[in-house]
Design a protein around this ligand. Sequence first.
Ligand SMILES: Cc1ncc(COP(=O)(O)O)c(C=O)c1O
Length: 372
Amino acid sequence: MKQERIYLSPPHQSGDEIKAFQKVLDTNWLAPVGPDLERFEEEICQVTGFKYAVATASGTAALHLGLMTLGVAKGDRVLSSNLTFAGAVNPIIYQGGVPVFVDAESDSWNMDTRLVEEYLSESNGVKAMVPTHLYGMPADVFKLEKLGQKYQIPLLHDLAECLAGKVNGEKIGKHISRGILSFNGNKLITTSGGGAFVTNNKEEAEQALYLATQAKSNGIGYHHEAIGYNYRMSNVLAALGVAQIKTLSDRVEKKQQIFETYQSELSSLGCEFQQETNGVTSDRWLTCVLFDQDSNLEIASIVQQMDSFNIEVRPLWKPMHLQPIFQNEKVIRGEISDNLFQRGLCLPSGCGLTHNQQAYAIEKLKGVINQS
Ligand SMILES: Cc1ncc(COP(=O)(O)O)c(C=O)c1O
């Protein structure tokens, strides 16, 4: 019998989704406002530790709102992770900003804080910093926030992949000012597509909501003093979010178990993994492996071989400085991201991954490694 395809990080249902949709239909809240939207925002605050959440149509939209809220405008430089997904960078361009890509640390794979410090001590005109918390691993938030304070540069943390990471055992929103989340289909919880801007500042949340709803001024009638966007999440999708978020802690536990199993099975073959440093706990949204520096393994060939066993694996995010669209932008170093990209592979990490499926994926991967 042909092995059923094992996906990288497919959507995973909690079981209450149909009930949630039925309630929305029964109450006719098929709208971009409604009780589920409010409830979902409250739940987001609960699980992340932020005081305010504005649910949006996508994480990219949330990032765009965040940058606008911080006043990022034409010509402003914004520090961004080099090893990240393009969705973390595109909104900087929407605003006419200029991304400056910062290389990764070799242990956490997150933005290298020593490079940030060096750059800020030598340059003026940086308007904001947008560090990605990669694959569920919180960045060094203490160092980054301290640098932000020293140089008076606000941070917008990209938590699209890190909904449930912890810092010193606490929710991440207790330690940072603001960030964005994604509820795309591949994330820890999903609304099919969606995101949120999260902050501890009431005025920022109000401003983000205003911009997300066509910048309509308060009061009767349609009065506009700014250009707005239609970025709000619908109440229907928020209902899905409420059903999903209930099982968040089980999901995180499962993701962490998946990581532990890969690590214990593959470490003896020279494989390395993203490391928790500076008191952080990763939610292990996606487990990615680094192959031995001296091996002849080629990521493209492994992807193909694993595909022939009906197992989906993928390269790490292609660093921004290697993207044709960003070839003219500044990158601070880049060698570490490059090296991680050459050696790294994302492994099946879905919450629904069974013990047998993971064992099968590991067996096939070991075979590929041993053949090389
Ligand atoms: C690091 C990062 N930032 C931003 C985004 C964009 O989020 P969305 O797909 O919800 O727009 C994603 C992925 O989906 C991401 O992985």
